[in-house]
Design a protein around this ligand. Structure first.
Ligand SMILES: *Cc1c(COP(=O)(O)O)cnc(C)c1O
Length: 379
């Protein structure tokens, strides 16, 4: 089976882990700090704005508290969002207000967001679909006008930029995931970015019990170093030196990963462009970059599910991301009428086909061959 997503790990990660084992320190330590510093530089930001955590979902949940959302406040999110975003808003007691998306990019546009803004709106929790930037100038203008916080779910946008600026550093808070199915992977881990260093300080405490001092060592000047105080009822959500060690090695490979993913993307563009029953991803704006996390095609003749089944029978695994939140029964959203027409179209016709660093030329030929074969037989 050709996987739709797949991590790339090698000897470098193993060798680096040996050193970390030998250091006899597996917890949150030097390696974690090193990774945070590397990542801050990668973002064109500074370490006082960057903080690691154990997963991007924790970032989503914590964003509500850190951005000052109160129970009852309205938070706007595109209905095509990661399930953790919806849960974060609802678990906080805020009101989840969904908006539609662009039917081709699956990103929310300023016009989609503006339609659902009310006096109670406090924040926009944006998703950059597959690491492709949303129209941030327009969205930030809207946020300014209505005094809304902007939280960017950049989970898959590890190398994405918008007009020269790293995606995730434009809004008040941004986050990237390093879970097993992302591009830079370390098992589980994530990075957070805060526009305001004060919020980053608040976050550091929030993600470690609200402790005022962190460890016995750091507290060694105190006579009784086991005593402490807390400033809030915080979580415990940190990266450790094992996952950070893997992440540092993965980080070094990002340029190579981007090159490979772009080659896959370009191959599909070139070899699927004449398939009349398919829409391919739209070209990305000239002044933006993507991380090539998804290659999403749209089947124009209503046969998306048949295509997915056909490919699966032929050892090509595909999927659709992200199932729209207005269709998740557990959220109890009824109707919606025409409000989500584009998201409904996208959810019924979009298919994410394999894209990762380990795809071979033979894999690519086989995937394209099977798609065309399906067309000849059924379209
Ligand atoms: C994977 C993902 C997350 C969650 O990341 P974890 O690190 O697995 O918690 C959040 N948002 C999006 C868009 C994702 O793809």
């Amino acid at each position: 089976m050709i996987n739709v997503m797949q991590p790339t790990l090698g000897e470098e990660e193993l060798r680096a882990l040996e050193k970390t084992f030998a250091s006899n320190w597996l917890g949150h330590g030097k390696r974690t700090a090193e990774f945070e510093a590397l990542y801050a530089k990668h973002l064109g930001s500074t370490p006082d704005r960057v903080l690691s955590t154990n997963c991007c979902s924790e970032g989503l949940f914590s964003s509500m508290h850190l951005c000052g959302i109160e129970p009852g406040d309205e938070v706007i999110l595109p209905t095509v969002s990661f399930i953790g975003a919806g849960n974060a808003v609802c678990a906080h007691g805020a009101k989840m207000v969904l908006c539609d998306v662009d039917r081709r990019t699956l990103n929310a546009r300023a016009c989609d967001i503006e339609k659902v803004i009310t006096k109670k709106s406090k924040a926009i929790l944006l998703l950059h679909y597959g690491g492709i930037p949303c129209e941030m100038d327009e969205i930030m203008k809207l946020a300014d006008k209505y005094k809304l916080k902007v939280i960017e779910d950049c989970a898959a946008g590890v190398c994405s930029t918008y007009k020269g600026q790293a995606l995730g550093t434009i809004g008040d808070m941004g986050m990237w995931s390093f879970d097993a199915m992302k591009i830079l992977v370390c098992g589980d881990g994530a990075m957070l970015h805060f526009k305001d260093p004060e919020i980053r300080e608040k976050a550091e405490k929030w993600l470690y019990f609200g402790l005022e001092t962190k460890s016995g060592y750091e507290n060694s000047v105190a006579q009784k170093w086991w005593e402490f105080d807390i400033s809030c009822f915080g979580h415990r959500a940190i990266m450790n030196d094992i996952t950070a060690t893997i992440a540092i090695e993965q980080f070094k490979k990002l340029p190579m990963y981007m090159e490979k993913r772009k080659a896959v993307h370009d191959y599909y563009n070139e070899n699927l462009k004449d398939v009349s029953w398919l829409d391919l991803p739209l070209p990305i704006a000239k002044d933006c970059t993507t991380s090539y996390y998804f290659y999403h095609i749209q089947v124009k003749n209503g046969k998306r599910d048949e295509l997915a089944a056909y490919l699966r029978q032929n050892d090509v695994y595909t999927t659709y991301r992200y199932f729209p939140l207005h269709r998740v029964p557990g959220y109890g959203i009824r109707g919606g009428g025409n409000l989500f027409a584009n998201a409904d179209y996208a959810a019924d016709n979009t298919l994410c086909i394999p894209i990762h660093q380990s795809l071979t030329q033979k894999d690519l030929e086989s995937i394209v061959g099977k798609i065309k074969e399906f067309g000849k037989k059924y379209c």
